[in-house]
Write a protein that binds this ligand. Structure first.
Ligand code: ZN
Length: 306
């Protein structure tokens, strides 16, 4: 627990924004995210509006017995959990002026449940406030993310950084691969621990290994089963950038299938195409349709830049 969170400018600047009924606090620091989310939630029901810890509402909040507060903190949040929230949404607050729903570690909400939650975020009840925390925002649907007032909770303390580097070392991760390569700590942690990240790099590697001419596109695309579509494009962008900057951020097995086929000039032309593809994905255009077009245009650039 961070006992001085109320002294931070981050907390002091927090206030309810009439435009938003839902808030997200995120960073790679889970404890800090949750602490700020809970303190903000408490300040909303507090009689002094500052999470005073002394008033009746704060005391009930602290003992998890406030009738207008619901805190979800589970390893897996399914559609039934969201249904329960929606059920509670339909009643008026009993004691405070608002009902407050806190979902800690919101990356644990599965996709079906996120879609269910989305409806409540799109048509918010006047008297309800949602507060979410997350370490991996890429696991939240873009449609959900767009409804949230997002606050980046900030960088880790030097001690936390040391602790993470230590645990990466203990897990046998070669951290020299990361140092000075422009990775953020979140990315380092993802790389070491998140199989989705590794899987995504593998998908990109396989796709470009099997791609030589535009005639290969249909088969290459149909062989793909992309788990995290958002991650696919952000990683592809990152790989292209890394090839251009020659920063060796990625293993050569990941970059070679692209750098071996595309000149640097072609890659610099392809980068905005991938950015554009990512934007299309965010506006809910079909992923495979976008990818098909993207690959066609990338191969066209390769030809033009020969
Ligand atoms: Zn209080």
């Amino acid at each position: 627990m961070i006992d001085n969170i109320k002294n931070t400018s981050l907390y002091k600047n927090l206030k309810l924004d009439g435009k938003f009924h839902a808030y997200l606090f995120y960073s790679s620091d889970k404890v800090k995210n949750n602490e700020i989310a809970l303190t903000f939630a408490k300040s909303i029901v507090c009689e002094q509006k500052n999470a005073c810890d002394n008033c009746h509402n704060c005391k009930q909040f602290n003992s998890l017995s406030h009738p207008d507060v619901m805190i979800v903190d589970q390893d897996s949040i399914k559609v039934d959990d969201v249904k329960l929230i929606i059920e509670k949404l339909s009643t008026k607050p009993i004691q405070a002026s608002k009902k407050v729903f806190v979902i800690l570690n919101a990356e644990n909400i599965n996709e079906t449940a996120q879609n269910k939650l989305l409806k409540s975020l799109e048509e918010p009840s006047e008297s309800a406030i949602f507060i979410l925390s997350a370490t991996q925002t890429n696991k939240l649907l873009p449609t959900v993310l767009s409804r949230l007032n997002k606050t980046y909770v900030g960088n880790l303390s030097a001690d936390d950084e040391k602790m993470i580097c230590q645990s990466l070392l203990e897990a046998g991760t070669d951290i020299s691969k990361f140092i000075g390569k422009g990775f953020t700590l979140t990315e380092m942690l993802n790389f070491a621990t998140d199989s989705a990240y590794k899987e995504s790099l593998e998908e990109i590697k396989n796709l470009f290994s099997s791609l030589n001419t535009t005639a290969d596109i249909p088969i290459a695309v149909s062989n793909l089963n992309v788990a995290n579509k958002q991650l696919f494009f952000t990683n592809l962008m990152d790989i292209l950038l890394s090839i251009l900057k020659q920063n060796n951020k990625f293993d050569s097995s990941v970059t070679t299938p692209i750098s071996g086929k595309f000149s640097k000039k072609a890659i610099s032309k392809c980068l905005p195409l991938v950015e554009d593809a990512y934007k299309k994905l965010m506006s809910n255009v079909n992923f495979y349709y976008i990818l098909d077009n993207l690959l066609f245009n990338m191969l066209k650039e390769r030809f033009l830049c020969k």
